[in-house]
Ligand binder design. Structure first.
Ligand code: SF4
Length: 583
């Protein structure tokens, strides 16, 4: 990939009201997305301001000493307060009760919502099929009203923003989840559908980064007071989805799928450099056990609040009996100076003690399960080899194998005859070298760019070669959106071409949950959730509105992607150094 040159002169910057425009410059010529293991930048201190030349305040994150001995503390929480987690008992989704709890939490942490205040819920999937996958609207209502109570006129804007999952228009997730109606009821709250907003470039300069720049929706980049409002759930790829994992929704589809593979935990750790919340508030009243899209409800009756993502996620890990440092993205974020997992350094308050919360969560299942095991006892047999060499793992936890598990769970939920309808089939991931036990007529599906295999199928020699492209070749500037209807056509076309053949190969890194749902629909003849008649009207309305808004913006001169420096709000983390006293 050709390095891109950015110069400040390219961008109209720095009116008086843009004093916070921020550029984090990488070294010259290092703009190309980088492959881990390639040369690293020695200097993570590229932060500087442009425009009025006002330097961002570098606030040391108190209570963080995990980088002692390494000589640097690189990342600063925008509120800079000592890590504090509040655990509150909350037995039901009563918006007024939640409002009181959240208001008290903000006050106890001495937090004042101000400027552009942005709330990021988790609406990854909503509607009847996904009743426990998302932050409930009653919870959101309590949070928004509490922010209004405490922030008042100090907030120039109070907004909610999200990009939901599985290629569904976010407008639909807002409507299905009840957030649309709730936001209208609360009044004075703006909604952002992140895939309809301009995407701005954020430069990374930390040495461990997977690439030099990423894109995020403009409202995220410009937020002054950021409120992370996730759902407390297990996750089959990353063990848990608490505050840090909720950041997958601060990227649109074309960007979130880049590095959504065996380096997913590193991607999540990298996303922390885009923005840090001053306030975190998780919906753990009915938590989600086992899975991410179709979790089992777990009556936890917990509202947890915090001011530091690492500390917050660490405390919740302890609540459900998981060692926080065994969760890669939490460990990576701690090692990079985002916070501490050490309970002795985290102030924990509230009317629910940690021990009482742990007792409530006893038996909570996280559901981290390899795909071979997941399919045991079904008509599917899975075979998983390692993802590409040199990427230090023997299994792709963040990509295709986990996506098929979520796809199957969606289809089971949607069509109770899914397992009955499924023919016997075989699914292969990664560089698999063993035998495939396929009989005559049983289809073998090779999933993903990195699948490789050689052997006899149906009496003929089959050789599947890797189509994996190094991540350095994936440039966020040129990433393209894969439309759900385009996916539908392409998956169906591929399977039609492979009719009667012993095998079929799906390309992509990853092959997304939506594509795997569609592939399984055509292979098993089960019901297609994307063509569900009860939701198709709403789906199409949301889809057409989305496409119309983005087309209108393009036609009226607003580019979808804005490369180069962008205006930043106060919630940006600041990269600094401690030992030499300089940034
Ligand atoms: S193709 Fe799929 S399994 Fe292979 S590295 Fe990419 S996401 Fe992982």
């Amino acid at each position: 990939m050709q390095p891109r040159a950015h110069c400040e002169g390219e961008h109209p910057l720095a009116s008086a009201s843009q004093a916070r425009v921020h550029v984090a410059s990488g070294p010259p010529g290092a703009d190309a997305a980088r492959h881990a293991g390639s040369s690293r930048h020695a200097n993570a201190s590229g932060s500087r301001t442009v425009g009025l030349g006002i330097r961002p305040l570098v606030v040391r994150a108190a209570g963080v000493d995990n980088v002692k001995g390494r000589g640097t503390l690189r990342v600063m929480n925008p509120n800079g307060a000592p890590p504090h987690v509040i655990l509150r008992d909350c037995v039901s989704y009563d918006p007024e009760r939640i409002r009181t709890i959240v208001r008290e939490g903000l006050q106890e942490m001495h937090l004042q919502p101000h400027g552009r205040t942005l709330v990021k819920p988790n609406l990854v999937a909503a509607g009847e099929q996904f009743p426990h996958a998302y932050t409930r609207p009653e919870f959101g209502e309590g949070v928004l009203r509490a922010l209004q109570d405490v922030g008042g006129e100090k907030m120039s804007e109070l907004a909610v923003g999200e990009r939901c999952g599985i290629t569904v228009p976010t407008r639909l997730a807002y409507a299905q989840s009840g957030w649309e109606a709730m936001v209208a009821r609360v009044k004075g709250v703006k909604r952002y559908f992140f895939e309809e907003e301009p995407q701005v470039e954020i430069r990374y300069t930390h040495p461990e980064r997977l690439r030099d720049y990423v894109f995020t929706p403009e409202p995220v980049a410009r937020a002054d007071f950021f409120v992370n409002c996730p759902k407390l759930k297990a996750h089959p790829w990353t063990t848990v989805t608490f505050s840090m994992k909720n950041y997958i929704g601060i990227q649109d589809d074309r960007h979130r799928l880049i590095d959504h593979d065996h380096r997913l935990n590193e991607k999540i750790a990298d996303l922390q450099y885009i923005i840090q919340p001053q306030f975190i508030c998780i919906d753990g009243i009915v938590a989600g056990e086992g899975r991410m899209l179709t979790p089992k409800p777990f009556d936890l009756k917990l509202v947890a609040m915090g001011n530091n993502q690492v500390a917050f996620d660490a405390v919740l890990c302890h609540v459900i009996g998981v060692d926080p440092r065994s969760v890669d993205h939490i460990r990576l974020a701690e090692d990079r100076g985002f916070g501490t997992t050490d309970l002795s350094k985290i102030q924990i308050t509230g009317d629910l003690s940690l021990e009482a919360a742990k007792a409530r969560a006893r038996g909570f299942e996280v559901g981290l399960i390899r795909v071979e095991k997941y399919f045991e006892g079904t008509k599917f047999t899975a075979y998983a080899g390692p993802p590409p060499q040199g990427e230090h793992t023997d299994y792709c936890w963040g990509g295709c194998p986990g996506a098929i598990e979520e796809a199957v769970e969606i289809l089971r939920q949607f069509d109770e005859e899914f397992d009955e309808k499924s023919p016997r089939m075989h699914v292969v991931f990664g560089a698999y070298e063993g035998p495939i036990d396929a009989r005559e007529g049983e289809k073998v599906v090779f999933m993903g760019d990195c699948a490789t295999w050689k052997g006899q199928l149906g009496g003929e020699l089959v050789q599947i070669t890797s189509k994996y492209k190094d991540r350095a070749t994936k440039d966020p500037h040129t990433a393209k959106h894969a439309d759900i209807y385009a996916k539908l056509v392409s998956v169906r076309g591929k399977l039609q071409d492979a009719r009667g053949a012993s095998h079929v190969r799906f390309e992509g890194c990853p092959v997304s949950v939506a594509e795997q749902v569609l592939a399984l629909v055509f292979l098993t003849k089960c019901k297609n959730p994307f063509l569900d008649r009860t939701e198709s009207m709403r789906f199409n309305k949301a889809y057409l509105s989305w496409r119309a808004v983005t087309a209108y913006k393009r036609l009226t001169g607003t580019p979808y992607q804005k490369p180069g420096p962008s205006e930043r709000g106060e919630a940006q983390p600041v990269v600094g150094r401690t030992t030499d006293g300089a940034e």
